[in-house]
Design a protein around this ligand. Structure first.
Ligand code: FES
Ligand SMILES: [Fe+2]
Length: 347
């Protein structure tokens, strides 16, 4: 399949996952010594740690006859295919074909390798638009980057919906007052609001014009190598120290109909208050948060088929409309590059 025929529209490309992005693909604890096979942006990838703990990500396809390398063995500095034992290193180069002497496959780079790094308890993989593109630097909002001031828990879940719906759900603060109205943190405040958009350093903020600091009143979209969403929810005193509860969210597409959400749940706490908050979170709050997240998952997994094609948007949907336009603009640029490269290859 050529790059040109792979996507027949901008929306088809977007549905599969916007490239030129770092995406969280797994939480750190999910990758130990065994190779892990995942599908992200429709691509099958094997992730593994070498004997030094260094992460590697390769196309999950043995160069010999296509067995999934994630079914194979970790040999410390390479992985070995389960089927006939071919050995491949972290750059995708064949190191040994144990079944034959002097095999010409040895020394060849046969597989695509992906830039990979670990941060804040998650494994990030970079997806370029074209082979040979270089990844940008990856940085994070201060609530994650400043580990002295803030403390977090990462929660991740697989949702059976396209990743854009998961992103748009967070770009829609008003749903907090309805879908989550019975929750521990979103029972307060107006159920009607005027909303406005404001530019920020790395993206834009979408917020209620009258009410701040009562409910899920604002959300910010930002891009710093990866796309993230930031919001805060005020907490009553009985939920312990730390004031506002911060959430940084990211979403990675698995394929057109599935995604993985990553939510870092954060409070600004230090010293004994941090210990107390971490204890309390595990014992009292975590289950409440899973309950809220389940409400989102149930609604999104049960949206009408092709929901996006039959919407009547109103003023509260300006935030998600803005995000759609930004993503479409970027997608058009990517597709133009993909098509230009495909044309060049044919000449
Ligand atoms: S398919 Fe992997 S070694 Fe044959
Ligand atoms: Fe929600």
């Amino acid at each position: 399949m050529t790059a040109e025929t792979q996507f027949d529209s901008v929306q088809a490309y977007l549905d599969s996952g916007l490239r030129d992005n770092w995406y969280p693909v797994l939480s750190s604890w999910e990758v130990s010594s065994n190779p892990v096979g995942i599908t992200r942006l429709g691509q099958q990838i094997v992730v593994w740690r070498d004997r030094d703990g260094q992460l590697h990500a390769l196309e999950d396809r043995c160069p010999h006859r296509g067995a999934r390398l994630s079914l194979g063995w970790n040999l410390g500095d390479r992985v070995a295919c389960w089927y006939h034992g071919v050995e491949v290193d972290g750059q995708g180069e064949v190191k040994d074909v144990p079944a034959v002497d002097r095999c010409p496959l040895v020394g060849q780079k046969c597989l695509r390798s992906y830039p990979i790094q670990e941060a804040h308890g998650a494994v990030f993989v970079w997806f370029g638009v074209l082979a040979g593109d270089e990844p940008p630097a990856l940085s994070f909002p201060e609530e994650l980057a400043d580990g002295e001031q803030y403390s977090h828990f990462l929660c991740t879940a697989a949702w059976k919906c396209n990743y854009q719906y998961a992103l748009e759900n967070v770009m829609d603060p008003m749903h907090g007052s309805y879908l989550h109205s019975a929750s521990h943190s979103m029972a307060e405040g107006d159920r009607k609001a005027d909303m406005l958009l404001e530019p920020t350093e790395n993206g834009f903020m979408f917020r209620k014009s009258g009410q701040m600091g009562v409910n899920f009143d604002w959300v910010e979209y930002g891009h710093t190598g990866a796309a993230w969403l930031r919001l805060s929810i005020p907490y009553r005193k009985r939920f312990g120290p730390g004031g506002h509860f911060w959430i940084i969210g990211m979403v990675v597409p698995e394929d057109n109909d599935n995604c993985r959400v990553f939510f870092w749940r954060i409070r600004r706490v230090q010293g004994w208050q941090r210990d107390m908050w971490r204890f309390m979170y595990r014992n009292r709050l975590e289950q409440l948060h899973w309950d809220v997240l389940e409400q989102d998952r149930i609604v999104l997994e049960n949206l009408a088929p092709q929901a996006r094609d039959h919407e009547y948007l109103y003023q509260h949907d300006v935030g998600l409309s803005r995000l759609r336009r930004m993503m479409q603009k970027e997608a058009k640029q990517h597709l133009a590059r993909i098509n230009a490269a495909a044309t060049e290859n044919r000449q």
